[in-house]
Design a binder for this molecule. Structure first.
Ligand SMILES: C[S@@+](CC[C@H](N)C(=O)[O-])C[C@H]1O[C@@H](n2cnc3c(N)ncnc32)[C@H](O)[C@@H]1O
Length: 345
C-alpha cells in the first residue's frame, strides 16, 4: 500500500509536500488542491486527468507549466512570489494572483500536463567525477570515451568542463562557468582524465541550447531552490559553447549500438547513467548490462552510475549510490554534493 492508494487527484496534489507550507510550492499545492475541491479553474485544467496514476505526477506537470509562464515573463505579478526570478512576496498571499494566471492560460496549462517531468541535475556530475576517477585508477587509462544513456539534455557529459571544490581538493578548470562547491569527501584525490569523445541518448531528447529548451529544463526546478537553478544556467552556458549529441533512443539498444564500434587504442570507454534506471523496464537494464559484458572482451570498459539502491531498502533512510561496475564506492544526494567516499578503499 502506498500513501497515495485511494487518494483523489486533489488529495495527492495537496499532500505532495506532506502538508508543509515552508516554501512557495507547499502553499501552491495546498491552494491548487483547495480550488480543485471547490470545482474551480483547477478542475477545468485537470479535466480528464482524474484517473492518472500517482507516478504521472500530474501536480508537478502543472507546477512546471505555471513556472514556464513565470520564467518567460508573461506573469509579472505572479513572478513577485517566485524566488527563482528574485520574487520575495508573501507566499501565503499568492492565490488571487495565481488564480488569474490560471484563468488566462487554461489551454497552455492543459497542454503542459502532457509533458513528463524531466530534470537534468548537474550536481550529479560530482558522482561521475568520483566514478571516473576510480575507473581511471583501476584501468590506468586517462583518455575517456563517455557514453550516457538516459542523459536528458546531456549536461553531465560536460563533467570535465565543470569546477569542483571539496574538502582539501578541487578539480576542473578554474574559469569554469559552473563551480560546484561543498563537494566534501576529505582525502579524495581526483585522477586526471581527458574526455576525447562524448555522446548520450534519451527517450525524449531536446536541445537545451535553445530558449525553449532552457525554459523546459528550468521549469522543473523547484523555485525555492534558486541555487540549483543558478547551477543549471551556468551549465547551459557551457553547453552552448560545447554542444553534445543526444540521440533519440532507448537505453539498452543505444548502448549496444555504441559499443559495436571500439574506441581508438588507449581510450577507456565509460558508460555512465544517473537517476534514470528506475524509469527503465527491468529487461532494459538487464539488456544494457549484457551489452556491456559482451563488449568487455573487445575494449577497456567500465560502467559508472549514480542510482537509487535497487531494490529500495524496506525501512530506514538511504542515499543514491555511486557504482563502479559491481562495486558501490560511495554516495551523494539526488542533487549531488556532498560526496561521501568513506566506502572507497
Ligand atoms: C530523472 S531524468 C535524469 C537525467 C540525467 N541522467 C540526470 O541525472 O540529470 C531521467 C531521464 O531518463 C530518461 N529515460 C527514461 N527511460 C528511458 C529509457 N528507457 N531509455 C533512455 N532514456 C530514458 C528520461 O527521458 C529522462 O530524461
Amino acid at each position: 500500500m502506498s500513501a497515495y492508494d485511494g487518494a483523489t487527484l486533489g488529495e495527492r496534489m495537496g499532500s505532495h509536500f506532506g502538508g508543509s507550507t515552508e516554501h512557495l510550492y507547499g502553499v501552491l499545492v495546498r491552494d491548487l488542491a483547495a480550488d480543485w475541491e471547490r470545482r474551480g479553474v483547477v478542475r477545468d485544467i485537470l479535466a480528464g486527468r482524474e484517473d492518472a496514476s500517482p507516478g504521472d505526477m500530474v501536480q508537478l506537470r502543472l507546477l512546471a507549466g505555471i513556472h514556464r509562464i513565470v520564467l518567460r515573463g508573461d506573469a509579472p505579478e505572479l513572478a513577485t512570489f517566485y524566488p527563482s526570478v528574485g520574487g520575495t512576496a508573501d507566499r501565503y498571499a499568492v492565490w488571487p494572483t495565481l488564480a488569474s494566471v490560471l484563468r488566462e492560460h487554461v489551454a497552455e496549462l492543459r497542454a503542459a500536463l502532457d509533458v513528463a517531468p524531466q530534470t537534468n541535475e548537474v550536481g550529479r556530475s560530482v558522482a561521475l567525477l568520483a566514478g571516473l576517477s576510480e575507473a581511471v585508477r583501476r584501468r590506468g587509462i586517462r583518455q575517456v570515451r563517455l557514453l550516457e544513456p538516459g542523459a536528458s539534455a546531456g549536461l553531465n557529459l560536460l563533467v570535465d568542463r565543470f569546477r569542483f571544490e571539496g574538502d582539501g581538493w578541487s578539480a576542473g578548470p578554474r574559469d569554469a562557468p559552473l563551480v560546484l562547491t561543498g563537494c566534501a569527501a576529505p582525502g579524495f584525490a581526483p585522477e586526471h582524465f581527458e574526455v576525447v569523445e562524448r555522446r548520450g541518448c534519451d527517450l525524449e531528447p531536446f536541445d537545451a541550447a535553445t530558449a525553449q529548451g532552457e525554459a523546459h529544463l528550468r521549469s522543473f526546478i523547484w523555485p525555492h531552490m534558486p541555487e540549483r537553478d543558478g547551477r543549471l544556467v551556468a551549465a547551459l552556458a557551457t553547453l552552448r559553447e560545447h554542444p553534445v549529441v543526444i540521440d533519440r533512443a532507448p537505453a539498452a539498444e543505444w548502448v549496444r549500438d555504441q559499443l559495436a564500434s571500439t574506441a581508438p587504442d588507449g581510450v577507456l570507454t565509460v558508460v555512465w547513467h544517473s537517476i534514470t534506471r528506475q524509469y527503465w523496464p527491468t529487461a532494459e537494464y538487464v539488456a544494457m548490462l549484457s551489452a556491456i559484458d559482451d563488449a568487455r572482451s573487445r575494449m577497456p570498459l567500465v560502467r559508472v552510475a549514480l542510482e537509487d539502491p535497487h531494490p529500495l531498502p524496506a525501512a530506514g533512510t538511504w542515499r543514491p549510490q555511486i557504482e563502479v561496475d559491481d562495486d558501490v564506492i560511495g554516495h551523494c544526494t539526488h542533487h549531488g554534493p556532498p560526496l561521501d567516499l568513506s566506502l572507497a578503499t
